[in-house]
Design a protein around this ligand. Structure first.
Ligand code: 5GP
Length: 211
C-alpha cells in the first residue's frame, strides 16, 4: 500500500517551494491535485496545481461522497478526490498532499497510517516578510493570512513532524529523511530480511532454550 505524506503550513511558509523540490527529486512521489472552487490565479492552469470547479459541482461531489477529505479555506472549497489514492496505490507510488489542518485531521482518521508534517516559518516577522515579498496580496489579505497562520500554528502538536523552513535546502533534506525513514518503517524490508533470517535458521533451532 502506498505511503501518504501530508504537508500543512500557513501560507508564506515556503511550502510550495518545498513540495516542488521533493517532487522533482523523488520519482516515487506523486502530488495529489486537489479540487477547489478558488478562481485560478497568475500562472495557474486547469489541472495543474488544482482542478478548478464551480461551487455547485463541488457540493454535488460532496453529496456523492467523492472526497477523502474536504474543507473550506478562506471561503473556498478544497478537497482530495478518492481516485487520487486509488491511482497512487495502483501505480505503486507514494502520495504527497498539500492540505490545510482541517483536511489533515480528516485524512488521519481515514488513513491512520498517513504521515503528517507541519512546516513552520522561523518567526512571525519572517512569515510576514515572505508574504510581502510575494507581492501577490493586498495589505488586508496579508493581515488575514497572518491571523490565519496564528490559528493554524496552534495545531502543530497534532502532526507527526514539524519542520522549520529557515534554509530551503536544509528543510528539503529533512523532508527527504522523514520520507526515507517512513518508507523503511512501512516496508520493514521483509523481502530482504527473510533470506537473512534463513541464514541463521540452523543456529536458531539449536540454541532455543539454551543460554
Ligand atoms: P491556496 O489557495 O493558497 O493554493 O491554498 C490555500 C490552502 O488550502 C492551503 O493551506 C492548502 O494547503 C489548502 N488546500 C489545498 N488543497 C486542499 C485540499 O484538497 N484539502 C484541504 N483540506 N486543504 C487544501
Amino acid at each position: 500500500m502506498s505511503a501518504v505524506f501530508i504537508i500543512s503550513a500557513p501560507s508564506g511558509s515556503g511550502k510550495s517551494t518545498l513540495v516542488r523540490h521533493l517532487l522533482r527529486s523523488d520519482p516515487n512521489l506523486v502530488f495529489s491535485i486537489s479540487y477547489t472552487t478558488r478562481a485560478m490565479r497568475g500562472q495557474e492552469v486547469q489541472g495543474g496545481s488544482y482542478h478548478h470547479i464551480e461551487r455547485a459541482e463541488f457540493e454535488e461531489r460532496i453529496a456523492r461522497d467523492e472526497f477523502l477529505e474536504w474543507a473550506q479555506v478562506f471561503g473556498n472549497y478544497y478537497g482530495t478526490h478518492r481516485g487520487i489514492w486509488d491511482r497512487a496505490c495502483a501505480e505503486g507510488k507514494d502520495l504527497l498532499l498539500d492540505i490545510d489542518v482541517q483536511g489533515a485531521a480528516q485524512l488521519k482518521k481515514r488513513i491512520p497510517d498517513a504521515v503528517s508534517i507541519f512546516v513552520l516559518a522561523p518567526s512571525r516577522q519572517i512569515l510576514e516578510q515572505r508574504l510581502r515579498d510575494r507581492s501577490e496580496d493586498s495589505e488586508a489579505v496579508i493581515t488575514r493570512r497572518l491571523a490565519a497562520a496564528a490559528e493554524e500554528i496552534r495545531n502543530y502538536e497534532r502532526y507527526d513532524y514539524v519542520v522549520v523552513n529557515e534554509v530551503v535546502q536544509d528543510a528539503v533534506e529533512t523532508l527527504h529523511s522523514i520520507i526515507r525513514a517512513e518508507r523503511v518503517r512501512r516496508q520493514r524490508m521483509e523481502d530482504r530480511i527473510r533470506p537473512i533470517l534463513d541464514t541463521f535458521a540452523a543456529l536458531m533451532h539449536t540454541s532455543s532454550g539454551e543460554k
